[in-house]
Design a protein around this ligand. Structure first.
Ligand SMILES: Cc1cc2nc3c(=O)[nH]c(=O)nc-3n(C[C@H](O)[C@H](O)[C@H](O)COP(=O)(O)OP(=O)(O)OC[C@H]3O[C@@H](n4cnc5c(N)ncnc54)[C@H](O)[C@@H]3O)c2cc1C
Length: 306
């Protein structure tokens, strides 16, 4: 990127502006190239100014939250890569009728902040997010969840930044479905407001403990990964399909289809995005060929892959 543009970003956007920042350490699978320009804005106004500049210059903007569902290409990410700090806005708590509470967090805050806030205020209703790594902005964008529930069900409103400024969107105006939320094009989630109700804390804790125990038994949590590779096709379990076609444990380069859970890919150390995408293509082809079921990746690919 031209030095004059980097200087312009530094002038307009308070925060960390780093050319050629290696992104592998900022993703949970530890794979991929560098950001052409990484920007960690310190203010919401700075973020809006950055989006404005990107539009002016015709440059792409990519957002990375916790990087727990992101695969960065080996060729890195062109344009601006935004990483939101966890404290762009202060947290807030307001009472709701009936004893519930409205909890508002910065989108860059970790998902566990919501889970801890729920516990601290004697609330229930977001158990399904316990144990999911990443940020609340990522959880909204992915509509993250489990069989127990999905993120948007607990959301009251989402604040987004575009090149025009900041705006709150009530949940009723946001279409969402299984592992997908339809946000305005180019919008960056800046704050998330949850409405939670009071309830049986012991039962809520027991559900979270059971889920965390299940994760520890069935998921390769000690190896770098990005969670499930594919969403579950309607009426099927992606992991069972991949196991059925004999790919569990299959290795390509330094990436492996986990021996513990076939719908997970792990980085054995030094894996490239090419290794990972090669495995994803193999899983899709073999499952489609032998069972007729098409599998859609859940992981988001960003940047250059060739
Ligand atoms: C061990 C492990 C277990 C997991 N278990 C689950 C699970 O049970 N259920 C589940 O649903 N997921 C699971 N995941 C996947 C992942 O944790 C979730 O998708 C999570 O919501 C990703 O959040 P993130 O901040 O890391 O998102 P990222 O990976 O950083 O980003 C994901 C997508 O969201 C976009 N994005 C992120 N932040 C913003 C923002 N502020 N504004 C606009 N766009 C944004 C990114 O551009 C990208 O397209 C798991 C992952 C791991 C590694």
């Amino acid at each position: 990127m031209e030095e004059s543009l980097v200087t312009e970003v530094r002038r307009r956007v308070p925060g960390d502006v780093t050319p050629l920042l290696p992104l592998a350490p900022w993703t949970s699978v530890r794979v991929g190239g560098a950001a052409e320009l990484s920007v960690r804005p310190r203010t919401a106004e700075g973020l809006v100014a950055l989006l404005h500049l990107a539009r002016q210059e015709g440059l792409p903007v990519t957002v990375i939250g916790g990087g727990a569902n992101t695969l960065v290409g080996d060729g890195g990410i062109p344009g601006f890569t935004v990483r939101l700090p966890a404290d762009l806005f202060p947290e807030s708590v307001e009472p709701l009728e009936g004893g519930g509470k409205r909890l508002t967090f910065c989108a860059g805050a970790a998902i566990v902040k919501l889970v801890n806030g729920m516990k601290a205020h004697g609330l229930v209703g977001a158990e399904f997010l316990a144990g999911i790594p990443g940020t609340l902005g990522g959880a909204v964008t992915m509509n993250a969840g489990t069989k127990m529930g999905e993120c948007l069900s607990a959301v009251e409103a989402v604040e987004v930044a575009t090149s025009d400024g900041l705006a709150w969107l009530p949940r009723a105006d946001i279409p969402y479905r299984y592992r997908h939320t339809e946000l305005p094009k180019g919008a960056v989630v800046t704050r998330v407001r949850f409405a939670l109700r009071p309830g049986d804390r012991a039962e809520s804790q027991a559900r979270m403990d059971a889920d965390l125990g299940y994760r520890k038994r069935t998921q390769p949590l000690s190896q770098p990964n990005f969670g499930s590779v594919f969403t579950n096709p309607s009426g099927h379990h992606a992991g069972a399909l991949i196991e059925r076609v004999g790919l569990k444990g299959h290795t390509l380069g330094r990436a492996q289809i986990s021996t513990l859970h076939a719908n997970w890919i792990v980085n054995l150390g030094g894996a490239t995005a090419r290794d990972v995408t090669g495995l994803i293509a193999l899983m899709q082809e073999r499952v489609a060929g032998e069972t007729g079921v098409q599998m859609t990746p859940e992981v988001k690919r960003v940047g250059r892959f060739d």
